[in-house]
Design a protein around this ligand. Structure first.
Ligand SMILES: *Cc1c(COP(=O)(O)O)cnc(C)c1O
Length: 641
């Protein structure tokens, strides 16, 4: 950052650039002049903003502790509107004759209030739901009220699943069975006959097109689900023999989630359109083409085909897929089908933010060159060598000095192990070592292209900021597949962030950390943060966590669900806490793993009573200790101040 070097005042604009907020926020988040992150609930270029620190203040007044998962309901509405508006614009400008029917895949965020909000707000667009299991189907039927909306059943289906879907059809739902495995058809036909309901049948095609990215193994010929072309033709033949081709209405495929490259998306639509045309030619009723999920989120704001980004925007996605369908079907003289997409990630990612406070920091105590004591001729060889390495260090020999420093530091350690160096002598060696490393870190910033080996130094020298959260519970994809999410302080952004840090959570697991952060070109190993101030909380936000993170999380170290708060923001900028779900208590979590809180108290009482008998504590102590235990069981699993 040239700014800090020239000692110009740091401004919020510098923070905006450093954290890339305008690139990844899709207009929903920004930084206010006083340095707070603000929510812009109605999307880009709208005037209403609400400050996240103001919301945190409201949470604290209500006694809700960090960490908190903050949901902004308006953003869900805005994202649904955006999706439908983009498809409407594309249909109008291209003259596309079919309708757009979006569905939300429940697995992306199964929380009742999320699915309910989508079903309710989405009604004006006939937005439906996609389900992959019996529990999801039951949840979907209970929340969906719109007979025009699609209810798409994917996943492996048993008899009970099929019966539930057929009952839904009888009650007026557009409930499609997507055949994922050839054997499902027979069961569907048998149950339909028994229950006297004509099913709505679709097939999932295994495409030969594949997509790049983290999550995209579900596409392509090697995907575990879907039918090959030959198997699809078998379905046609079976239905034709039963005079049921009018029930075959939908073709589905799913390339996988977070497809970063529009070319992959286009190639898949083209292939699917050919199959669709083939099915119409075979006499299937058809009418619906379901493109699955895959619409990506630009987590790092780079607008590239990097895994955490996408090289297209929503308008391009909509017009590209419609155009591809039209190109092929117009050529064959086939009516444009209704287009279904199952966008989950892009619909919900923006609307939740994980907020947590920093509990403490630690940094390496490297000291200054001036702290190094005088060395005399009796000083051990490796320590003298370290001193010479420091003395001779220049911009030209950074890599060599680095290698030497590591070598002599190891020698110091070896000699200590063999009893040749005292503890104090070893410390002198280590101190010189860290002065060298710090100096290399400073010098290397002057090089246009610092040697790759030296990049590890930044991480080693970084501070550790201890955040009051669990990666395993709240950001499982960060831990499991190294997904990047934007992280930044939600206040103090008018101040220069002078520290470089990695984040550690409060689990005792060394994997419970975040040490990769979004950067304009790829990622960076440390995050710029502010020094803590005495008596003042420092809050960070992890953004775009609305998709997949909530229910994949686990109970590592028995840290449970966080508090969840939903806000709704009015046109005049007033906000209301519309829902709050208290996070798990210690007793809740113990019960998940089959402890009985009542029995625990009983056991604790016995331990305390024994202590009374042995005269370690008084009966009055016992009373106070029991109160503390009871409080402890009721308390939050995270760090409480
Ligand atoms: C997971 C899944 C989706 C959601 O994909 P996103 O990329 O999150 O939009 C859609 N359809 C199917 C069949 C899925 O398995």
């Amino acid at each position: 950052m040239a700014k800090s070097v020239t000692l110009q005042r740091w401004s919020v604009e510098d923070s905006a650039e450093l954290y890339g907020i305008r690139n990844w926020s899709a207009g929903y988040f920004d930084i206010a002049p006083e340095g707070d992150v603000v929510i812009r609930p109605f999307g880009p270029n709208t005037p209403v903003t609400v400050s996240i620190p103001d919301i945190i203040k409201g949470l604290r007044e209500r006694g809700l502790d960090m960490p908190v998962l903050l949901r902004i309901e308006n953003i869900l509405d805005s994202q649904l509107s955006l999706l439908h508006d983009s498809f409407r614009k594309a249909r109008e400008s291209l003259g596309y004759k079919g309708e757009y029917r979006g569905v939300f895949p429940i697995k992306v965020n199964q929380q009742q209030q999320v699915v309910e909000a989508i079903a309710r707000y989405g009604q004006k667009y006939h937005h439906g739901l996609e389900v992959g299991s019996k529990p999801e189907l039951l949840a979907g039927i209970s929340l969906l009220r719109d007979p025009e909306a699609c209810l798409i059943c994917n996943g492996y289906k048993d008899e009970e699943f099929i019966d539930l879907g057929l009952h839904a059809v009888r009650m007026g739902y557009k409930c499609f069975f997507v055949i994922e495995m050839p054997s499902e058809l027979e069961l569907i036909l048998e149950r339909s006959k028994t229950l006297g309901v004509r099913p709505l049948i679709g097939v999932r095609a295994k495409l030969s097109s594949k997509a790049g990215g983290h999550w995209t193994d579900s596409g392509g010929e090697r995907s575990t689900f879907g039918l090959t072309a030959a198997q699809i033709v078998d379905v046609v033949d079976t239905l034709k023999n039963l005079d049921m081709l009018d029930c075959f209405k939908l073709l589905h495929y799913h390339l996988g989630s977070q497809v970063p490259n529009i070319r992959d998306i286009r190639a898949a639509v083209m292939e699917a359109s050919r199959i669709y045309a083939g099915l119409v030619a075979e006499g299937a009723a058809m009418g619906y083409l379901d493109l699955g999920g895959g619409l990506a989120v630009d987590y790092d704001g780079s607008r590239t085909n990097y895994v955490s980004s996408r090289n297209y925007n929503l308008d391009e996605y909509c017009s590209d897929v419609l155009e591809a369908v039209m190109t092929i079907l117009d050529e064959c003289g086939i009516d444009h089908p209704h287009i279904v997409t199952e966008s989950g990630r892009a619909t919900v990612a923006y609307y939740s933010v994980l907020l947590f406070n920093i509990l403490d920091t630690s940094s390496i105590e490297y000291g200054e060159a001036s702290d190094i004591p005088e060395l005399d001729h009796e000083t051990a060889e490796p320590i003298l060598n370290l001193r010479d390495t420091l003395k001779n260090l220049t911009l030209r020999n950074l890599q060599e000095s680095y290698n030497d420093a590591l070598y002599y530091r190891d020698e110091v350690r070896q000699q200590f192990l063999h009893g040749k160096l005292s503890l104090r002598e070893r410390t002198v060696g280590e101190r010189i070592f860290w002065v060298i490393i710090k100096k290399i870190a400073q010098e290397k910033t002057k090089l246009p292209q610092p040697p790759k080996d030296l990049s590890a130094i930044d991480t080693v020298l970084a501070d550790i900021y201890y955040g009051n959260f669990s990666v395993f519970q709240s950001l499982p994809d960060s831990w499991a597949i190294g997904q990047l999410f934007p992280v930044l302080p939600v206040h103090r952004l008018a101040e220069s962030p002078t520290r470089r840090a990695i984040l550690s959570d409060i689990t005792c697991d060394s994997d419970g950390r975040i040490d990769r952060f979004i950067a304009p070109a790829g990622f960076k190993d440390t995050l710029e943060l502010h020094p803590l101030k005495d008596g003042e909380e420092y809050y960070l936000g992890v953004f775009l966590v609305g998709a997949y993170q909530e229910t994949l999380g686990d109970l590592h170290n028995l840290l449970g669900d966080t508090n969840v708060v939903s806000v709704r923001i009015e046109e005049n900028g007033a906000f209301e806490f519309v829902r709050e779900i208290r996070g798990d208590s210690v007793a809740d979590i113990l019960a998940y793993v089959e402890y009985e809180p009542r029995r625990i108290l009983e056991d604790l009482r016995q331990v305390a009573e024994n202590a009374v008998r042995e005269k370690r504590i008084s009966p009055a102590d016992r009373f106070r200790i029991m109160l503390a235990f009871e409080d402890g069981l009721r308390g939050y699993t995270y760090y409480e101040r």
